[in-house]
Design a protein around this ligand. Structure first.
Ligand code: ADP
Length: 499
């Protein structure tokens, strides 16, 4: 399907979508129902291509293939070194197709092409290489037991895993989950988000080229209540790793509980605070605050969407951030001068505008922005609310868009209390030169990641995941690898004991 709906000046960057079917047992196949769905370019609202729509029967086939590859195939049985070698080859192929992959996420999700090229896709290949290097260093331990027994543990792959991913980082989240699962020796069924189905199929194609055996990595596009629910309630899937909304996380846990008690790990929503203290460099803090809420058009679970500024610098901060936000460039994500592309789809676009209206109704003041751009596509102005407090839904709900709540505070205690006044606990940022404040606040905030004098300093080696209703079970780092392993204890008597 040739895609020709975008701005003509960037046409040469827009790739053909080569893969649109389901990927099961190493083959691209139509869905059993023959159904397809449209995937839309958020720059224009026009259809890019039709993609095969998987449902329960397709998930069943994929799980059968993954089960066979796990129970009888080579992937979990080959040496970790060999798995790592194949994963590195997979990374090589991704690097060779970097621009095309970045462009697919841009047309499908409105992501800045420059970010895809410089951040998302390079992070994907480095994620594969990081876990490739770990694949041959997975081992248990020798135990010291109280009786005349000797024992040791084996770390074994969990089995067939279901990976359900959202649309905001279609490539990165695919590999944040698939790379450690592959290294562990698991086999998998991956369900990309229905808003951004295309790059995952390209990765499936490259996985096969790299030598990942058939059945190890299956991709089923489709919708949440059908294909997604079929995964979370499947009797033959051993674990589900999910990133998405807190509401759906709850459904997934319920489905796991009422089916086969599969393990679950959830990376869910957030409403993360960024706290700027009086001693901060105001210009730098302003830049950080804008980045924290506008990066990836605010469609990031750890966005710093509640900004607390101490009273001594508040006025200056407010004035400067308003100026900067007004000059923020929103437009075609292929344009290298653009800082913010369109929201992912019409639904998300309307949801954000609804929240902006709610914020106004609740008595919030719009400092900047507050509406959609007057053009085709799902573009929204960077929006900053003042005169808001934690009880308002604009401050308490995750909006997943370029909307900041800017608030003033007096004391460190107040900042800690208000920052913690949320059901979420994904991340927090602190801006201060005072080490004592930084230490104290970072220990007092109930969130899985604390960034001091930075924001989004994400790294493949650093565990990422939530406290509270932001979920549990870390992505990234060695913690994520252990998520896909289970511990087996092996015990034997040392002497001829009565055991
Ligand atoms: P967002 O709010 O970011 O769109 P969702 O939580 O709705 O995130 O979706 C994230 C992923 O979860 C998508 O792949 C979606 O299809 C899937 N999903 C949605 N509903 C369900 C469900 N009931 N069971 C399993 N997966 C689901």
């Amino acid at each position: 399907a040739k895609h020709g709906n975008g701005n003509s000046e960037y046409l040469e960057k827009i790739p053909d979508v080569k893969f649109t079917k389901l990927f099961i047992n190493g083959e691209f196949v139509d869905s059993i129902s023959g159904k397809t769905f449209e995937t839309v370019d958020p720059r224009t609202g026009e259809v890019i291509t039709l993609v095969a729509e998987g449902d329960k029967e397709d998930v069943d086939l994929a799980v059968k293939a993954a089960r066979k590859a796990f129970d009888h195939g080579t992937w979990p049985r080959m040496s970790g070194f060999e798995r790592g070698r194949i994963m590195n080859k997979f990374a090589d192929l991704i690097e060779q197709n970097l621009e095309e992959l970045a462009a697919l996420d841009t047309i499908d999700g409105g992501k800045l092409f420059s970010l895809g090229k410089e951040v998302d896709i390079p992070s994907v290949s480095s994620m594969l290489r990081y876990y490739a290097g770990a694949a041959d260093k997975i081992h248990g331990e020798t135990l010291k037991m109280s009786m005349e027994l000797q024992g040791y543990t084996l770390l074994e792959p969990v089995g067939v895993v279901g990976l359900i991913i959202p649309w905001n980082f279609p490539s990165l989240l695919f590999f944040i989950k698939a790379a450690p699962a592959l290294a562990a020796g698991c086999t998998m069924v991956i369900k990309p988000a229905e808003q951004t189905p295309v790059s995952a199929l390209f990765y499936a194609h490259l996985a096969k080229q790299a030598g990942i055996p058939d059945g190890v990595l299956n991709v089923i596009n489709g919708f949440g209540p059908t294909a997604g629910a079929a995964i979370s309630s499947h009797m033959d899937i051993d674990k589900v790793s999910f990133t998405g909304s807190t509401e759906v996380g709850r459904l997934i846990m319920q489905a796991a509980a009422t089916s086969n008690l599969k393990q679950v790990s959830l990376e869910l929503g957030g409403k993360s605070p960024l706290i700027v203290f009086d001693d901060a460099d105001v210009n730098k803090a302003v830049e950080l605050a804008l980045l924290a809420v506008l990066y990836n058009k605010g469609e990031i679970c750890c966005a710093g969407s509640r900004v607390y500024v101490q009273e001594g610098i508040y006025e200056e901060f407010e004035k400067k951030i308003a100026e900067k936000a007004k000059s923020w460039v929103v437009g075609d994500p292929f344009d290298p001068h653009v800082q913010q592309g369109p929201q992912v789809d019409k639904e998300q676009f309307e949801k954000i505008l609804y929240y902006i209206e709610q914020g106004k109704k609740e008595g919030g003041t719009i400092l900047t922005g507050g509406k959609a751009l007057d053009k085709k596509g799902y573009y929204i102005e960077p929006t900053i609310f003042t005169d808001v407090k934690e009880e308002m839904i604009v401050v308490s709900d995750e909006i997943f868009g370029p909307v900041m709540s800017l608030m003033k505070f007096k004391t460190v205690e107040e900042a800690i209390e208000r920052a913690n006044n949320t059901k979420y606990g994904l991340a927090a940022g602190i801006v201060t030169k005072d080490l004592n404040i930084a230490n104290r606040v970072s220990r007092s905030i109930r969130a899985g990641t604390i960034w001091i004098n930075c924001y989004f300093a994400l790294d493949r080696g650093c565990p990422f995941g939530g406290y509270k209703m932001s979920g549990f079970g870390k992505d990234k780092g060695m913690q994520a690898l252990y998520k896909f392993l289970q511990v087996k204890a092996v015990v034997t008597p040392i002497y001829n004991s009565p055991w």
